[in-house]
Design a binder for this molecule. Structure first.
Ligand code: ZN
Length: 287
């Protein structure tokens, strides 16, 4: 969607109710603003930062079938056949889509021969491909039909109906997905249903934590908006997962910090980095 159409849409939806898309609270305060009509709001109850005006679930679905493009070169650009062959021959090593660091962490969290993972929001499959090569038993889900279809080129069956996901998995993995969702509680409940009792909900997303805002105010302002209706922060995850063990941080290259977590307590590492992560055993959380 072009900027002008987004702007027009924001004006047309300016008078819609400003309710938190997570907890439904009507009490929030404006913490940032773009193009006069679009605001970032902090929910006073659950601490989610959310954009107003919001999109409907139907609009969101249609958007991801037809219009979703980003110019960061990472999220949605589909590679040519030659580029893809080159990436696959190196198992994406050293590319912008290399997840070998994350695979190392997942293996350290679950020291067992078979790890069952759901890659939720798999895009065209680059993460699922590397997970499979690491020996994980992977199921992949993607909302965008054209991207899911592209996964066939990587030998993947990316499903587009989340009701087809099979449960009893060790990890419900999602990277740069949650900030796009019109309904965050839905993903928590889905993960809870599909995880084993001590399985992990693992999420990576742009960091909306105040420590990051303090350090990089200009980046903070950039990271929410048209395609990012939610801006996740450490307080939100602490509240959402208040009854269960979690680890929250923003630098997953510090493997020793992650290995230092005993997996049964609630721990927050430094959250001033660019990318927020949370690992949580959410099975017994009441949402
Ligand atoms: Zn809320």
């Amino acid at each position: 969607m072009t900027k002008s159409r987004y702007f027009l849409r924001s004006i047309l939806r300016f008078n819609t109710a400003k309710l938190c898309p997570y907890c439904g609270s009507g009490i929030s305060k404006v913490i940032d603003r773009k193009y006069i009509f679009t605001t970032l709001n902090e929910c006073s109850q659950c601490s989610l930062f959310f954009r107003h005006p919001l999109d409907t679930i139907e609009f969101n679905y249609k958007f991801y079938q037809e219009e979703y493009e980003q110019n960061d070169g990472i999220t949605t650009d589909l590679p040519s056949d030659v580029e893809l062959q080159n990436l696959m021959s190196k198992n994406f090593f050293g590319s912008g889509k290399d997840v070998s660091g994350i695979i190392k962490i997942l293996k350290s969290l679950l020291a067992r021969p078979t790890v069952k993972v759901i890659d939720y929001g798999a895009n065209w499959g680059y993460t699922s491909y590397q997970f499979r090569n690491a020996g994980f038993d992977v199921q992949s889900y993607e909302i965008s039909l054209p991207r899911a279809k592209f996964g066939k080129k990587l030998g993947l069956e990316i499903i587009t109906d989340e009701n087809s996901l099979i449960g009893n998995v060790d990890i419900f993995f999602n990277s740069h997905v949650i900030e796009h969702l019109p309904d965050i509680k839905h993903i928590f409940l889905l993960a809870q249903k599909l995880l084993t009792n001590d399985g992990y909900f693992i999420s990576f997303c742009p960091n909306g934590s105040l420590d990051f805002k303090k350090k990089h105010p200009e980046n903070f302002h950039t990271f929410w908006g048209q395609v990012h209706p939610n801006y996740l922060n450490s307080y939100f995850f602490c509240k959402a997962f208040k009854n269960v063990p979690y680890l929250i941080g923003s630098d997953c290259s510090k493997q020793e910090d992650i290995e230092g977590w005993d997996k049964n307590c609630q721990k927050i590492l430094d959250v001033s980095g660019i990318e927020l992560f949370v690992f949580a055993k959410i099975k017994n959380q009441h949402f």
